[in-house]
Design a protein around this ligand. Structure first.
Ligand SMILES: [Zn+2]
Ligand SMILES: [Zn+2]
Length: 354
């Protein structure tokens, strides 16, 4: 089977041929029909995450081995199943939950595999991901039926959608008129705005550097937008929300955005730090105490949360960001990753195989 792999940090994806896996237990082999290109793949292509003053977190330290196959927003059909699997090969489409843990630690036993502290099996990091003809999934339990959701949109639910949904769970319930900032209106930011809107939230302020991104955010439900670049970002955000913020979800999460969000926060407010752009919090620790602030991290989401999100997407017509479908080839993987890196990709790219 073909995989589109990066042979070393920084290298472009190249097409390679690998053997089909032998399937044991309830393992399944899924033919990839739709594979979303997510910004975290850009960091994975670089081979590290920026930890600000603490240096770099290398992908290999997380257990990745080159060549790596990125892509964790996967929709596809089962083409082969292990002896214990109940799912039959066929043309039913599934969303693949990619954030698979060790299966043994406390978090995994509680179905919070994104909190796993053991040997993770995340597709696209420790195991091969969805920039490939087929993906080997370690258990059929990680397949969530797509239903009548559009498959390219459904693919984006596995990471940007799930991350958004999980982040929103950390600030809700919240009165609908309380100001919430969504910082960064790329793929995850747009989904965050869309999920907040779908859950009935009314005061959503989107913040970004790009006018096009802010137009997208307004299109999916932001009630106000703030373009970064004015003299006083904190003041601009607070004015747009009509007061200090009950919560902020920071999809950029660098030193500037996290600091601005904390200064814009009302007493008791919650900052959810999501983005991986690197940097340091620069905020008086005493104000965290005086203002009773909460700072919470969010990394993707759990399998139960993905199921809830897929149900939500079936129940309501979630506003969706612009999606550009391109063929599933190594060239298109590279073009999409470059587009995200250079910030000239508007909305989402999804690789599609017919
Ligand atoms: Zn992702
Ligand atoms: Zn675990």
């Amino acid at each position: 089977m073909k995989i589109f792999a990066h042979v070393e940090p920084g290298a472009p994806a190249v097409e390679m041929e690998v053997e089909h896996p032998e399937l044991a237990g309830a393992e399944v082999l899924v033919r990839v029909t739709n594979s979303g290109v997510c910004h975290s793949d850009v960091h994975c292509q670089d081979g590290y995450f920026d930890l600000g003053d603490a240096g770099h977190y290398e992908l290999t330290a997380a257990g990745a081995q080159y060549p790596v196959v990125l892509g964790h927003e996967i929709v596809g059909e089962v083409v082969a199943a292990g002896p214990d699997a109940t799912v039959q090969p066929g043309d039913t489409k599934f969303i693949v939950f990619p954030w698979i843990g060790c299966g043994e630690c406390q978090a995994c036993r509680e179905d919070r595999e994104n909190y796993c502290s053991g040997a993770k099996r995340n597709l696209s990091v420790q195991r091969r991901g969805g920039y490939a003809e087929e993906v080997h999934v370690p258990d059929e339990r990680y397949l969530v039926p797509l239903g009548d959701i559009d498959p390219s949109f459904g693919a984006t639910l596995a990471c940007s959608g799930l991350t958004s949904y999980s982040a929103v769970q950390k600030i809700t319930p919240l009165p609908a008129d309380q100001p919430v900032a969504v910082i960064g209106a790329g793929g995850v930011g747009l989904m965050t705005v869309a999920v907040l809107k779908a859950l009935g939230h009314e005061n959503i302020v989107a913040v970004d550097m790009s006018e096009a991104a802010l137009e997208n955010a307004a299109g999916v439900g932001a009630s106000a937008t703030v373009q970064v670049g004015g003299e006083n970002l904190v003041q601009d955000i607070v004015e747009a929300g009509g007061g200090k913020f009950a919560a902020a979800i920071d999809l950029v999460n660098n030193g500037d955005t996290s600091t601005a969000a904390l200064f814009a926060m009302a007493n008791g407010g919650t900052l959810v730090s999501v983005g991986l752009f690197g940097g340091q919090y620069r905020f008086p620790t005493a104000l965290t105490a005086f203002n009773l602030l909460n700072i919470r991290g969010n990394f993707v989401g759990s399998l139960p949360e993905l199921k809830e999100l897929v149900q939500l997407a079936q129940d309501v017509d979630l506003p969706r960001p612009p999606i550009r479908e391109v063929p599933l080839t190594a060239d298109e993987v590279n073009t999409a990753l470059d587009g995200l890196r250079n910030r000239n990709l508007n909305g989402r790219a999804v690789l599609v195989s017919s």
